[in-house]
Design a protein around this ligand. Structure first.
Ligand SMILES: Cc1cc2nc3c(=O)[nH]c(=O)nc-3n(C[C@H](O)[C@H](O)[C@H](O)COP(=O)(O)OP(=O)(O)OC[C@H]3O[C@@H](n4cnc5c(N)ncnc54)[C@H](O)[C@@H]3O)c2cc1C
Length: 517
């Protein structure tokens, strides 16, 4: 029977009942019949009845394995001068620097906290390379470390004077930095596409996805601090990705509680590890001066556990560093369980790596409990919020850094800061105790094909060995700060990021306390 006829019969049957009853039944019948109805929204104590307009059906191209979305109007969530996407060490520094240079700044982040790998991976060792003789980058990185220490959120690193950031506490440090600077924060929001100015290669915004749906953020300048160069990739900039079989591993960092700190420290004194021990796992190339320095390192212990049969024989990628120990019996930042052969820009690889990572991290803890004094009663406190990614897209930039540059104290006219000769990755380990350092060029943040976009952090342009230096958090703060200042000044000077006056950028960086040469 047709809906209209049914409604008439229903009406005659219920004519003595209040109208609301009739219409409610009619609505119910219509819904059973598959029809969508508009209905009056009423406020009740339980909240208004709401209904989202669903999209019309798109087209399915099964041959190509594609779904073609119907066009959609998106609400503009916000507009600003400088939009920083991603709030790790690079993003935080970029946002603070742009704000200090006078821009109205939005810092947008996919997770619920700022800090990137610090807070979401639990990577607390911001400057563990700082053995005696190191010449450090000055600027926002060091400032963040000092602020965390002043707020009581650091613990001394075991073998030199650098501070381990308390990873969870750093969420509060970052909140405070963001709040007091007047940066406009947007958390729980992922950038998923880009918007160009009509007929040009200049970016003017991004498309976001969040619990509020698909929306738009417009900006005069965008700084990509996503670690994976997501924005550059979406905008069509060229980039490189290390082949999967050569990529630096991903790691599930974990923290343990119930550790007897004194007994564990006595064990590490009885069996001191040095950087020479790293070669057992990674065949490191060093300059020799690193070999005898003490390192918070464990790996023979996992061989012992395998020999005892307490962990599987094929659990072979265990070994690495421990970090801060607290008087409350916590061993933090246990960087021991590594996963290889996964691409961090492939959602299914990420899924497999996360799940395998948790299993391997548990094997690491079982091994520590079985063979390391002080860990007998240890308990898993938590896994990192997300698996840690070291290696991903790196843009092709105006300047592409090389291993030669970072190993030979390179100098650049467009320097936006310095970074000590600290190289950690792709089988090279060089610590900067010699006082050597290199300059970081503005050009490594400038993509070739897209304007008004800068890329800072671990995805700047360079080869494998230069990445082993530039991926370090303090180096990411150097590019972040440089990009933030350049983006803000380019607006004030009415220039694009490709053509911005670098003399003025360097002058502003100097005012912000950055060492350029
Ligand atoms: C296990 C491990 C150990 C490490 N050990 C050290 C160490 O001891 N010392 C050291 O200096 N470095 C270390 N590193 C390297 C260092 O942590 C990273 O290279 C560094 O944090 C990179 O900083 P970043 O700001 O470029 O990116 P990240 O810290 O990765 O931050 C990127 C941010 O962008 C957000 N984001 C990503 N995509 C989007 C998107 N599309 N939309 C919105 N937000 C997005 C992410 O959620 C994240 O918060 C380690 C790395 C790992 C994984």
């Amino acid at each position: 029977m047709r809906q209209g006829a049914f409604h008439l019969i229903l009406r005659s049957m219920t004519k003595d009942l209040p109208d609301t009853y009739t219409s409610r039944v009619a609505r119910m019948l219509s819904r059973w019949a598959g029809k969508r109805l508009s209905f009056t929204r009423k406020h009740t104590e339980e909240g208004e009845v709401l209904q989202h307009s669903p999209p019309p059906a798109g087209e399915m191209d099964t041959e190509q394995g594609l779904y073609i979305e119907p066009p959609k109007a998106l609400a503009i969530l916000a507009e600003c001068d400088v939009l920083v996407v991603g709030a790790g060490p690079a993003g935080l520094s970029a946002a603070l620097a742009a704000r200090r240079a006078g821009a109205d700044v939005i810092l947008l982040e996919r997770y619920g906290c700022f800090g990137g790998a610090i807070t979401t991976v639990g990577m607390e060792t911001l400057a563990w390379y700082r053995y005696e003789g190191t010449i450090e980058s000055e600027g926002i990185g060091v400032e963040m470390e000092r602020r965390a220490a002043a707020m009581g959120g650091t613990v001394k690193w075991p073998y030199n004077d650098s501070e381990c950031l308390d990873a969870d506490f750093f969420k509060l440090v970052a909140d405070q930095l963001v709040r007091e600077s007047g940066i406009r924060p947007i958390l729980h929001c992922m950038a998923v596409d880009v918007i160009f100015e009509a007929g040009s290669n200049r970016l003017k915004g991004i498309v976001t996805e969040s619990k509020s749906g698909r929306q738009v953020v417009l900006a005069q300048r965008i700084i990509d601090c996503t670690g994976d160069a997501d924005i550059a990739h979406l905008a069509g900039a060229s980039y490189r990705k290390t082949p999967k079989d050569k990529m630096l591993g991903m790691t599930t960092v974990f923290n343990a509680s119930g550790v007897d700190k004194e007994r564990f420290l006595a064990y590490t004194e009885a069996k001191p590890a040095t950087y020479a021990d790293w070669s057992r796992t990674w065949q490191q190339q060093t300059t020799g001066k690193e070999e005898q320095l003490r390192s918070p390192y464990l790996d023979k212990e996992f061989d012992e556990a395998r020999a005892l049969g307490v962990i599987p024989q094929d659990s072979t990628h265990l070994g690495g560093s421990w970090s801060s120990l607290t008087d409350a019996g916590e061993a933090n930042n246990l960087n021991l369980a590594h996963m290889y052969g996964f691409d961090p820009t492939d959602v299914l690889d990420l899924t497999r790596a996360e799940m395998q990572g948790r299993t391997e991290a548990l094997h690491a803890l079982i091994a520590l409990k079985a063979v390391v004094p002080g860990f007998e009663k240890a308990k898993l406190r938590n896994f990192s919020m997300t698996i840690g990614v070291r290696d991903s897209r790196k843009i092709i930039g105006r300047t592409n850094l090389t291993g030669d540059d970072v190993r030979n104290q390179a100098k650049f006219e467009d320097s936006i800061g310095i970074f000590p000769e600290f190289i950690d990755g792709y089988a090279v380990l060089i610590l900067p105790s010699s006082g050597r350092y290199f300059e970081v060029p503005y050009g490594c943040m400038v993509p070739l094909e897209v304007d008004n976009l800068l890329v800072a952090g671990r995805c700047v342009a360079g080869d494998m060995v230069s990445h082993a230096a530039m991926r370090n958090m303090m180096a990411c703060t150097v590019t972040g700060q440089g990009a933030g200042v350049a983006a803000a000044l380019s607006i004030r000077l009415k220039q694009t990021t490709a053509e911005v006056d670098l003399g003025q950028v360097q002058a502003e960086l100097g005012k912000q306390g950055v060492r350029l040469h």
